[in-house]
Each structure stands twice: as C-alpha cells, then as structure tokens.
Design a protein around this ligand. Structure first.
Ligand code: FA5
Length: 330
C-alpha cells in the first residue's frame, strides 16, 4: 500500500490528479488507509501492537509524501525538472562598457590618425637617458629629484645591464626620443599611455595619469603648424556646437624652445591641458638629427583633463575609484 500510494503521489502532474490520489489513499471515509485501519480490529490480539505500529508508520509516511507532492506542484517544480514559462521575454544580460579614459584614448587615436599621426608605444619603465638626459634635462636639474619621480631600485638590480637608474616614466616625452633614435626624419607620431609622478591626489592631480604626446619633425615646421594641429584636434574631439579655443602661454620646458602651456576655454575661463613647443635643437642633436635641416613641434596633453572637460567631471579621483554608478554614466 505504501509503495503504491507513494507512486501515485509522485506521478501526479497537477493538483486535480493529486486530489484523486489523496481521496483514494488518505480519504477519511473510503480511503485505502482508512480501510486498513478498520481491518486492524480483526487482527489477532497478539499481533495488534506490531500491526498498530506499522499502520502509524505508513500513515505518517503517506501524509508526508502527499505534502511534498503538494509543495512540488504549488512551487511550480515538476518531478521532471523546473517548469518555466517559455513566453516570458528573456532577461537582458548586463554588459559593461569601456572606461571613459579608454574611450578618450581611442577617440584621440582616431582623430590624430586622420591628421596623419601614427600611434606608437613606449615602455612605462624608463632609464634616465630617455626620461631626462636626451630631453635636455641635465643631472643637476630639479625635475630629476627623487621626490618628484618614482625611481625603481629593485628593478635596476634585476636588469643587470642597466647603466642608469630606472624609473617609472614621468612623461610620455620619452617616446619622442625612442622614435627619433629609431627613425630618420620626417616623423609624425602620437603616443598615449600612463605616466607616474608622486603628486598628492587632488581634484586635478593623480599619481598615475595618462598623457598624449605628439611629435612632428620635418623641413620647415613652425609654431603655426603646432597651433593648427592642436586646434583641429580639439575641434574634432569636442566637436558640435562647442566652439573650442586654444590659448598659448609662454612657458619653459628643457626640451622645447620656445615653450608654451596649452589652455582651452572652459566654462567662461581657461583650463590648462598640457605643454608644447618647438623641439629644442639640443634634443634633435641628441638623437642624431640636424637642427639646421629639420625643425619640429611636440606637445603633451593630460588625457584625464580632456576627458574631464568633455564630460564635465570636476574631480579626477572619481575616474579611479571604480564606482560603477559613476562610471556607467559615460
Ligand atoms: C609635460 O609633462 C611635458 N612633457 C609636456 C610637453 C610635451 C611639453 C612636449 C613640451 C613638449 P607637464 O608636466 O606640464 O608637461 O604635464 C602636462 C600635462 O599633464 C598637464 O598640463 C596636465 O594636464 C597633466 N598633468 C600633470 N600632472 C598631472 C597629474 N598629477 N594628474 C593628472 N594630470 C596631470
């Protein structure tokens, strides 16, 4: 009886079938269990305790079986597997998107590519020749101070052949040197990547940030070319109705002469984007170019600053806190 009833409860695929099985086995009047209970009276008195015990076991078992069958049907699960509604619309999987800085970098590469500049990469761990010396920054220059740079003593020990201390590059201008050392003029390149400085983080500074470096060396290159390229770049990047103005302020960089700071108009004022200038003859000589024959311009802009201007981001730190609620807006 127990096995038979169990099989019926399990086989029931809807509540009507389960109810039929319930009445047949657990029905108060004529259920098979009830009939068995009636039969108990006819059992020999010596066997009665054992028969009564067995009857109670079967009754408990069947009641439990019935309950679990009922639960199975109401929770939507069948004995075969989970039931699901094939007519429901699918659940869209959440997918991420590129970090705003990556988007900015891609778009910069695309725009500068259209202006004829090829993107090249350089190492983030540099030697002093590429980060300073060849850029006309002599040993005594304050820019080489260990407090202003991340020197890598342990990496230096690892690279046995290193002849000068190694450091995390503090500017992408290092790539200018690497490119000019490897290629004769003319050159027309950009380089985008991470740079590192032990700056205290604030709304516009971060110890790790990105720069876009541009370098054009050819016969007869002038400051006017520099300004035109930067203005074309900014107009393409910010585009639309956003009228972009570039302002040059006289400045000093050891590797350019003359040198300027590049500002862009923003919210009724000016925002510093980077530095630029005409490649210093000393730099051209250091890489084996003849400054009497070719001239060039170079610029280095902060990628974060451009991205912040585009999206109206007022604190650079927000870009690196990895708060999805912030990042998913862009
Ligand atoms: C340079 O790094 C020069 N190499 C730029 C250059 C290239 C000049 C080629 C001439 C020719 P500067 O230290 O000013 O310059 O940095 C350039 C830009 O990087 C700054 O204008 C700013 O936009 C950005 N920047 C500098 N420090 C930080 C920082 N800690 N966090 C975020 N952005 C920064």
């Amino acid at each position: 009886l127990a096995a038979e009833a169990q099989a019926q409860f399990t086989a029931a695929t809807d509540s009507a079938a389960l109810e039929v099985a319930r009445v047949a086995y657990l029905g108060a009047k004529a259920g098979k269990l009830r009939l068995a209970q009636k039969g108990l009276g006819k059992v020999d008195s010596g066997d009665k305790p054992a028969a009564g015990k067995r009857f109670n076991e079967v009754k408990t078992l069947l009641e439990a079986e019935f309950e679990s069958a009922q639960e199975r049907l109401t929770s939507g699960k069948s004995a075969v597997g989970e039931a699901f509604d094939v007519t429901l619309p699918g659940r869209r999987r959440r997918i991420g998107h590129l970090h705003p800085i990556t988007q900015t970098i891609r778009s910069m590469k695309e725009i500068m590519g259209r202006l004829g500049f090829t993107a090249v990469e350089g190492p983030e761990i540099e030697d002093e020749w590429h980060n300073f010396e060849a850029l006309n920054i002599p040993l005594v220059h304050p820019a080489r101070d260990p407090l202003d740079n991340f020197y890598l003593e342990s990496a230096q020990k690892l690279v046995a052949e290193a002849t000068s201390p190694l450091l995390l590059r503090s500017q992408t201008s290092t790539v200018q040197i690497r490119v000019m050392e490897a290629t004769p003029p003319p050159v027309r390149i950009i380089s985008l990547g991470r740079v590192y400085r032990p700056d205290t983080a604030d709304a516009t500074h971060y110890p790790m940030f990105h720069q876009i470096e541009g370098l054009l060396v050819d016969r007869g290159v002038t400051m006017a070319d520099l300004k035109s390229v930067l203005r074309l770049f900014c107009q393409s990047y910010f585009g639309g109705d956003d009228e972009v103005h570039i302002r040059f302020r006289p400045s000093f960089f050891p590797f350019t002469e003359p040198s300027v700071e590049v500002d862009m108009n923003w919210q009724g004022g000016w925002m510093e984007m980077g530095g630029a200038g005409m490649v210093d003859p000393n730099v051209l000589r250091a890489v084996g170019y003849d400054p009497e024959e070719v001239t060039g311009f170079a610029f280095g802009l902060g990628v974060e600053r451009v991205c912040m201007r585009q999206h109206g981001i007022t604190d650079i730190r927000a870009l690196y806190q990895n708060d999805v609620r912030f990042l998913e807006q862009f």
